[in-house]
Ligand binder design. Structure first.
Ligand code: BES
Ligand code: MN
Ligand code: ZN
Length: 505
């Protein structure tokens, strides 16, 4: 558990204090009031340490232990500013990344609690000290997340247990509101990370659906549709994917009504709680990763929590399809023809292309029932998007240029960047079936992510739509600027920002 708080707006005297300084420019370090004061009290220790240490870039830290002339355990200097740039070049995202880097550094040196000294007198370009406090806290929250509920507490666990517990900011009371807001946003991201991190023996469609009930507390209306209802709705594609599993499938509808009677924005998520590939079974190596094949659904839940948590003035409906893709005697076979809720038929060539089948029914259901003004779906849909974009960006497909532009902008500013990839009739041939309305895979390895996207496009009607293929970014094998190893929570902050910037008048 990590928390942030506001304390008296003065430099503390004990413990671990974090002091921000500008990036070195013209041979000198731009100091704010706190750094100047401590440098004076320690006979120039801060300046000397900065000059002597390994050169630090933006987000870098220098640690001073037991500085003479003070009662501190440590002074941690944090560089806030772009090397060779102007302070005005600093973006909100840069400051958040510095907060994240600070949190990771503090954890690494075994600090449990620290206080950030007042930022007064520092030139942060267009960013106010109050905003900078919130941004540093946001980054720290995102980076301080840990998924350790399965560590039973032995020695090995203790070794790994050095987490940062609390970061206070010496700041005016006015900074509290911003801090609370980023705290709530971080809780939403953390909820997504928890869902994505859970193993599939714990998180399966039924238990996933139960966890969405937590949103009711925030005023989200949660409707859990059981299998009988999905049968009644004729969700033949979603049901076909789950057909080999002993678990029951669910669709969850989450509604946030903060925008009067305007048409809602619909957020749709792929929630394959485990993807073995089905009868077209995946290789053993790496299959454990498929516990996070529900990250799209997880991001939708987190985004709903974020918009409800700040009482957004917008109508947003989240719909997620929760299934498990298993091979068994009852499983769908390659070659089977299934009928989707939309009435279109699909020849299942490869049972491992299951995400698009689940989404076909959920997309159709959402546009049919809610008549949304726009639909955004998130899915760990294709390995091919990793081939194209690596782990740096998610794939963006859209039928609407304005929607694509707004999503792209939200991605850049939140550090969850996208890259647009093509749709269009030229790709229709990839999913042409000899015997049904379409088939569920493309032609070999060609344009694999687009083949998935053009399939989905057949189920959104005329509604402006965007598809985010997050297979490469939902999970990370290494530390990222704004998240540690493991679940990244990708999409939550992007969608929350998108709602804020484009749906709230
Ligand atoms: N869940 C996978 C995609 C995936 C791969 C997510 C790697 C995260 C990391 C998806 O269901 C899948 O298996 N896609 C197939 C589609 C193919 C059979 C057309 C793929 O990408 O190989
Ligand atoms: Mn699959
Ligand atoms: Zn999958």
């Amino acid at each position: 558990m990590f928390e942030t708080g506001i304390v008296a707006n003065e430099t503390p005297e004990t413990g671990t204090v974090v002091v921000a300084v500008g990036a070195k420019r013209d041979g000198t370090w731009p100091f704010g009031d706190a750094a100047r004061h401590l440098d004076g009290r320690t006979d120039g220790l801060l300046r000397r340490a900065l000059d002597l240490g390994t050169p630090q870039k933006h987000g870098g830290t220098v640690q001073l232990l037991l500085p003479q002339g003070t009662d501190f355990e440590r002074i941690v200097l944090l560089v806030l500013g772009k090397e060779g740039g102007k302070d005005g070049d600093l973006t909100a995202r840069d400051v958040a990344e510095a907060g994240a880097s600070l949190a990771s550094r503090l954890a690494a040196i075994g600090v449990k609690r620290a206080t950030v000294a007042p930022l007064d007198g520092l030139d942060l370009g267009g960013i106010t000290a109050t905003d900078a406090v919130a941004l540093l806290a946001e980054g720290a929250h995102l980076r301080a997340y840990r998924f350790d509920r399965y560590r039973s507490g032995g020695d090995e666990a203790k070794e790994e247990a050095k987490g940062l517990e609390r970061l206070d900011f010496a700041a005016p009371d006015g900074a509290r509101a911003g801090l609370d807001a980023v705290g709530r946003l971080a809780e939403a991201v953390n909820m997504t990370k928890d869902l994505v991190s859970e193993p599939a023996n714990v998180l399966y469609p039924e238990t996933f659906a139960e966890r969405t009930r937590a949103l009711e507390e925030l005023g989200v209306e949660v409707e859990v549709l059981p299998k009988a209802k999905l049968e009644e709705l004729k969700m033949g594609a979603l049901l076909a994917v789950n057909q080999g599993s002993v678990r029951e499938p669910y669709v969850v509808v989450m509604r946030w009504q903060g925008g009067g009677d305007e048409a809602p924005l619909a957020l749709i998520g792929k929630g394959v709680c485990f993807d073995t590939g089905g009868i077209s079974i995946k290789p053993a190596a790496g299959m454990q990763d498929m516990k996070w094949d529900m990250a799209g659904a997880g991001a939708v839940v987190g985004a709903m929590r974020a918009v409800a948590g700040r009482k957004a003035r917008a109508n947003v409906v989240g719909v997620i399809g929760l299934v498990e893709n298993m091979p068994s005697g009852t499983a769908t076979r390659p070659g089977d023809v299934i009928t989707t809720m939309a009435g279109k038929t699909v020849e299942v060539i490869n049972t491992d292309a299951e995400g698009r089948l689940v989404l076909a029914d959920v997309l159709w259901y959402a546009q049919d029932r809610f008549r949304p003004k726009a639909i955004i779906d998130l899915a760990t849909l294709t390995g091919a998007v990793i081939v194209a974009l690596g782990h740096e960006r998610a794939g963006l497909f859209s039928t609407d240029d304005d929607l694509a532009k707004s999503l792209d902008a939200a991605g850049e500013s939140t550090g969850e960047p996208l890259w647009r990839l093509p749709l269009g009739p030229a790709y229709d041939k990839h999913i042409k079936s000899q015997i049904a309305d379409m088939k569920n895979t493309g032609q070999g390895r060609e344009a694999g992510s687009t083949a998935g996207a053009v399939f989905l496009q057949r189920y959104v009607g005329d509604t402006p739509w965007a598809h985010l293929d997050i297979a490469g970014v939902a999970w990370s094998g290494s530390d990222r600027p704004l998240s540690g190893k493991g679940a990244t929570g990708f999409g939550v902050r992007l969608l929350d920002r998108f709602v804020r910037d484009t749906c709230e008048g």
